[in-house]
Design a protein around this ligand. Structure first.
Ligand code: GLY
Length: 344
């Protein structure tokens, strides 16, 4: 599994925090990212994903190519939450969700896709080669195979294998609190889970980029919630929830508890707030606050983060809880940034 601490320790911000003798707090950081090209993606895996995206953007390539190739790096890595080695559903099957969107509002999506290594590449084929936006399950797999994607054997990463075995001991299905009075909630191994050290695990890679022509695209890919019900989809394959791009305004991607991102059409809502003049950061904050209002006290049990970019190339993010971070790359600069948050 990716060691986020190592990245945090290696980041320039740790040096900054040490220099001023203060603990590192997301709310103290005001990244002023301007100009193009630029790419941003969720969590520390984004550092490596951004490198692949930057190879394309820095040569004048299209943002769409960058966001596809970028997140394919994460799909290739064996981590808990993205790609074929990720946490399975409660029946032991890894099911993958992904979507992609370009500057012309073309979009493609696959969901509940099994045994295909690069769901994001299949999502792009759905966008480019079919009259549809979304293919799911066996139909998505059939399309992928027809397009030449090999059917892989499912092989859980050692971490996912152990996590699943541990989960099987009790086999307790406890998704986080839902927004209905008097229904039993509780925190379980969902997306993203809170770790024993109090930090939030990550669950998805979402990437948005602007190329040298000022065009925007985005991608989002995940295995979804660990040990989810078979057939469950989160926000990541849903255009407007896990990802939205409007080339006149900006782009946004989401990470975290998919059900609560879908509830507010999260990424679309952020883009619409940017359309009304809010900065990417303030737009993300407003939608996070909306989720918190809807969830009430149960918001403490879930994590959601938004990451957005506007047409000026300005970037912003906000999350419910401390711990969400994103990777940025522009004009040779690459770093990990702690997002602002509402709750510790
Ligand atoms: N955000 C990923 C999921 O909920 O599936």
């Amino acid at each position: 599994m990716i060691n986020r601490r190592k990245f945090i320790q290696a980041s320039a911000f740790t040096g900054l925090a040490t220099a001023i003798g203060q603990p590192l707090r997301g709310n103290d950081l005001h990244p002023a990212i301007k100009g193009k090209p630029v790419v941003v993606s969720t969590w520390d895996a984004g550092i490596r994903a951004n490198k692949a995206a930057w190879d394309i953007l820095s040569k004048g390539g299209r943002a769409l190519d960058a966001v596809e190739k970028g997140v394919m790096v994460t799909e290739e890595e064996q981590n808990c939450c993205v790609g074929l080695g990720a946490n399975p559903d409660r029946d032991g099957f890894v099911t993958l969700d992904a979507c992609i969107m370009d500057e012309f509002s073309n979009c493609g999506s696959v969901a509940f896709l099994e045994r295909i290594k690069h769901p994001i590449a299949v999502a792009r084929r759905v966008m480019e080669k079919t009259p549809h936006v979304m293919l799911v399950g066996s139909g998505a797999q059939q399309f992928a195979v027809a397009e030449g994607f090999p059917l892989e054997e499912q092989k859980l990463s050692p971490e996912a294998e152990k996590a699943y075995k541990d989960w099987l001991i009790k086999s307790e299905y406890k998704p986080p609190a839902i927004n209905v009075e008097n229904k039993q909630g509780g925190h379980g191994p969902f997306a993203p889970a809170r770790l024993s050290n109090g930090e939030w695990n990550h669950d998805t890679i979402g990437m948005v980029a602007m190329d040298t022509n000022g065009n925007l695209s985005g991608s989002c890919t995940t295995s979804g919630a660990g040990f989810k019900m078979r057939g469950r989809l989160g926000d990541s394959p849903i255009i407007g929830a896990g990802l939205f791009v409007d080339n006149e305004v900006g782009a946004c991607t989401a990470t975290g508890q998919g059900e609560d991102v879908i509830r507010v059409a999260g990424s679309h809502s952020v883009v619409e707030l940017m359309r009304q003049g809010l900065s990417p950061e303030m737009a993300c904050k407003k939608v996070i606050e909306r989720i918190i209002r809807i969830k009430g006290p149960k918001a403490k049990d879930i994590q959601v983060g938004f990451l957005a970019i506007n047409k000026k190339g300005q970037v912003g993010a906000w999350s419910i809880h401390k711990g969400f971070e994103y990777a940025i790359r522009n004009q040779g600069e690459e770093r990990l940034v702690k997002a602002k948050f509402v709750m510790e």
